[in-house]
Write a protein that binds this ligand. Structure first.
Ligand code: GLU
Length: 438
């Protein structure tokens, strides 16, 4: 049997990471088994399923490299088939018509539950069953003639020859209904695997308030698609050894449903950033520089006057501090602007402290004499100054850092000074002295 999975999103304009994780698992599972991964757009809610909303789904799939086989099936094109099956169920006595609530709006078609317990084996959750008395008849065609989700979902899975339905566990309850429908239709049911919910640190469903919740938001923040892919794949699945940073091919090779956990998976932004940094290390310097530059452009922080060689040097100086492409623009903007803002707290703590301005004046003189202006040479010059004046390095490094960057945090001071170059460093210390030097 050829494995056939599908991703069946209802386009809403945003693709939640819980949904895209389902797509990732379907993709990994089918690719692992040499099968097919299909796409079905459940676009029956015509108000929400606009062309733009559909495009968002397609863009997210493309960005993450979730290639699908064949053309997408648009559920709205299958209406005639859905109604045909509803008629067939009516004629078999597995469904009946009713004017629900007696509104006079016309009759719905209602699926009749078979009056027996229903059970199925879930590839993740094990054997699940539900008592007959807890299973109620339900509408499959509304009084306006439109098919309901359950009908379209089941009929389309049959039409597409889906062998495995891998989806969020918010659909477990539906699956009891769907099992009854497969039986009534006379089609073999696919295997089901219901994935655990993605939760935040408090164990609540992960939402936009917890950071980013939509694929597009991660993209905007500058995440690498392979890092988001890898992180989401590990939310509920593990390869069975201690590997975490994995390529797509490694995940395809290792992916099996029996390694999917049933407990909720907690998404941790810190871990995600770490993962992104790890994947970033696998990229060449040119690619990293281009990515950081593109992110700065998106942030509106790029200026045409920025010298490419200097930009490259800054990215290298930031090194592993860059975990996201956007980090350069966000944490290192001061490199590119001599009029950088000063962080009030750092100024208070490092520059307005007793004696700090005097130290900064001495440092300016010491640094002006350094030639060539390398990291090692600036380091040596400040050490010599410390020895000469009997001061600790701690008293020396902080004022100069704030004086050239406006902040107390950043890359290693001497690397930073060498990257900036003597002229820029001197100019910046003078500016700081003119502002805070009294
Ligand atoms: N459109 C449904 C959803 O996005 C599909 C569920 C399924 O995969 O069967 O929740």
């Amino acid at each position: 049997m050829t494995i056939r999975t599908r991703f069946a999103p209802s386009p809403t304009g945003n693709v939640h990471i819980g949904n895209i994780r389902a797509a990732i698992y379907n993709w990994l599972f089918s690719r692992h088994g040499g099968g097919e991964f299909l796409l079905r757009i459940e676009d029956t809610d015509l108000e929400r399923s606009t062309p733009a909303a559909v495009k968002t789904v397609l863009d997210s799939l493309a960005w993450l490299g979730l290639t699908y086989d064949g053309e997408p099936l648009y559920q709205s094109t299958q209406k005639a088939r859905h109604l045909e099956v509803a008629e067939m169920l009516l004629s078999k006595g597995a469904a009946y018509k009713e004017d629900k609530g007696g509104t006079g709006k016309g009759e719905c078609i209602i699926f009749k539950m078979p009056g027996k317990d229903i059970s199925f084996h879930d590839e993740v959750k094990g054997d699940l069953s539900k008592k007959a008395e807890d299973l109620k008849d339900f509408v499959i065609v509304r009084s306006d003639g439109s098919p309901v989700f359950h009908l379209g979902n089941v009929v389309d899975d049959i039409t597409m020859g889906i062998t495995h339905v891998i989806r969020g566990d918010d659909h477990v309850e539906n699956t009891f209904k769907h099992m009854a429908m497969y039986e009534a239709i006379g089609a073999p049911a696919p295997k089901f695997a219901h994935l655990p919910m993605i939760v935040n640190a408090q164990g609540k469903p992960y939402s936009k308030r917890d950071g980013a919740a939509y694929v597009g938001e991660f993209q905007e923040k500058g995440f690498l698609p392979e890092a988001l892919f890898n992180s989401l794949a590990l939310l509920g699945w593990s390869p069975g050894d201690d590997r975490e940073v994995m390529t797509r091919e490694e995940m395809v090779a290792a992916f099996t449903l029996d390694r999917v956990r049933s407990a909720p998976s907690q998404l941790d932004m810190t871990k995600l950033l770490w993962m992104n940094g790890e994947h970033l290390k696998r990229h060449g310097p040119d690619e990293i520089v281009a990515g950081c530059r593109a992110a700065m452009q998106r942030q509106g922080r790029w200026r045409d006057g920025i010298d490419p060689a200097y930009f490259r040097a800054v990215v290298a100086c930031m090194g592993e501090r860059v975990r996201l492409y956007g980090d350069v623009g966000e944490q290192a903007a001061f490199f590119f602007d001599d009029e950088f803002p000063y962080d009030e707290k750092s100024v208070k703590k490092r520059l307005l402290k007793e004696g700090a301005i005097g130290i900064l004046r001495e440092e300016l003189a010491a640094l002006e004499a350094v030639e060539p202006f390398t990291a090692a040479a600036t380091d040596a010059a400040l050490h010599a100054l410390g020895e000469r004046t009997g001061r600790q390095m701690g008293d020396l490094v902080h004022p100069v850092r704030v004086a050239v960057s406006g902040t107390g945090v950043g890359p290693g001071l001497f690397d930073m000074l060498a990257t900036m170059g003597k002229e820029r460093v001197v100019r910046r210390i003078r500016r700081t002295l003119s502002i805070y030097g009294g």
